[in-house]
Design a protein around this ligand. Structure first.
Ligand SMILES: *Cc1c(COP(=O)(O)O)cnc(C)c1O
Length: 420
């Protein structure tokens, strides 16, 4: 592999790509140092261009839930690719994956496929406004809904790591109808509100679960005001359990948004709702939404195969892996006398270097910005374990992680904890 190193590639990348990356968090800005350039992935591992192997908990931020280069997913992509990569006409797999999604979610009759989570939430908001004839949307501080203009305010995740409130280049007009409320408090909802957007489990400010009664309270307040409730399940969807957060918490939104897991590692998002609401979407209704590559044959093939592997048993197994990881990490921190909380909700794992788990963005931010995470991150990276290069992201074990990798991870945590 001649003289190709992470450092040399990063230098070349920075000359031709802003910051050397195509999504800001990958640049290691908030943890410092040089990003590893991935050469390939396999199961729970990624390998960098220097031939180094890492146990991977980034998992592409969720899509690699079966592990990297899962043989069945790769075979389905190869098979689809051999028949062409995009037609601009409908295909059978679009029907199959839509049937699979709708069959898992009570109350969701129809879905529209798009190419990212950002597109899903952006389109869902237009649909909500078109359906209600109202303008205002409510979102919660620290919830991330992708990078569209009206949703980027107080967005958590990469935006929070940048130290930017929202983004330059977003006009006051674009956010004039966006109201930001604190997470875990049911806001005032009046008759001007089209939709309340929420991550039912906040996973872009570390991992912060809904307080008891929060989601139920949102449902009731939306019903009282005639507003729609949108669950952004881009992370929780088909990850928390078969039916995502709506099933997990027993609260039904009006609109669901998906991404990450559903593409099996290829670019795909989706939004769905009842027949009544989806009937407002073009070509049935007047809310326009479209996409040249939407329902892409490679993405639907990969996504359908991934979904078919995500059985009830698979979720139980993934939750067992996550539980072993979270409990082991918590014990290692406790043993070392490090103030840390490792929250877990089903198969989702978080990490906060503080005495108590936060409940909203303000309390999460104090912990995420306290400077401990970058040291922990590099200690783990030095030991061949990749976590997200930012304190606001979740930890993603996959179905490919075995006891051996979890044990190795916990041993590394125990070592690094003594150095913090
Ligand atoms: C990642 C994410 C998005 C955006 O999805 P992209 O595919 O990156 O556009 C939206 N909402 C949530 C909750 C996410 O975690």
């Amino acid at each position: 592999m001649t003289d190709t190193t992470n450092a040399s590639l990063f230098e070349r990348a920075q000359a031709v790509i802003p910051g050397g990356v195509n999504s800001p968090v990958r640049a290691f800005g908030s943890v410092g140092g040089t990003p590893y350039f991935v050469e390939r992935g396999e199961g729970p591992f990624v390998f960098d261009v220097e031939g180094r192997r890492y146990i991977d908990y980034v998992q592409s931020y969720g899509p690699a839930i079966l592990g990297h280069a899962h043989p069945a997913v790769i075979a389905s992509i190869q098979d689809a690719a051999s028949r062409g990569t995009s037609y601009g006409a409908p295909t059978e797999n679009e029907v199959l994956i839509a049937e699979e999604m709708c069959s898992r979610i009570d109350g969701m009759d129809k879905v529209r496929l798009v190419s990212s989570g950002t597109e899903a939430t952006m389109s869902a908001i237009r649909l909500a406004r078109g359906t209600t004839g109202r303008d205002k949307i409510i979102k919660f501080a620290g919830n991330y809904h992708g990078h569209s203009d009206s949703l980027l305010v107080a967005g958590g995740s990469g935006v929070a790591q940048q130290g930017l409130v929202g983004s330059e280049g977003v006009t006051p007009g674009a956010v004039a109808d966006t109201v930001v409320a604190p997470f875990n408090v049911v806001p005032e909802i009046d008759e001007t509100v089209a939709v309340v957007c929420v991550e039912p489990v906040a996973a872009n400010m570390g991992l912060v679960g809904p307080a008891p009664g929060f989601l139920e309270g949102l449902r009731a307040a939306c019903d009282a005001a005639g507003a729609l409730l949108m669950f952004d399940e881009v992370i929780t969807g088909f990850r928390l359990c078969r039916g995502g957060a709506a099933e997990w918490y027993g609260v039904k939104p009006d609109i669901w948004c998906f991404g990450k897991v559903i593409g099996g590692g290829l670019p795909m998002g989706a939004f769905g709702a009842s027949n009544e609401v989806m009937g407002n979407l073009a070509p049935l209704g007047g809310v326009y939404q479209a996409g040249t590559l939407s329902g892409n044959p490679l993405a639907t093939a990969a996504g359908l195969t991934a979904m078919q592997h995500l059985t009830v048993e698979a979720y139980e197994h993934l939750t067992a892996i996550a539980t072993k990881l979270a409990d082991g990490m918590q014990a290692a921190f406790n043993d070392a006398g490090v103030a840390a909380v490792v929250p877990r909700i089903g198969p989702l794992v978080g990490l906060f270097f503080g005495d108590t788990a936060p409940h909203d963005f303000d309390s999460a931010k104090v912990i995420c910005d306290n400077g401990v995470y970058p040291r922990f991150f590099h200690g783990m990276l030095d030991r061949g374990i990749t976590l997200a290069p930012g304190a606001y992201e979740a930890i993603f074990p996959s179905l490919a992680h075995t006891d051996a990798e979890i044990d190795e991870t916990i041993a590394a945590v125990a070592e690094v904890a003594t150095l913090l």
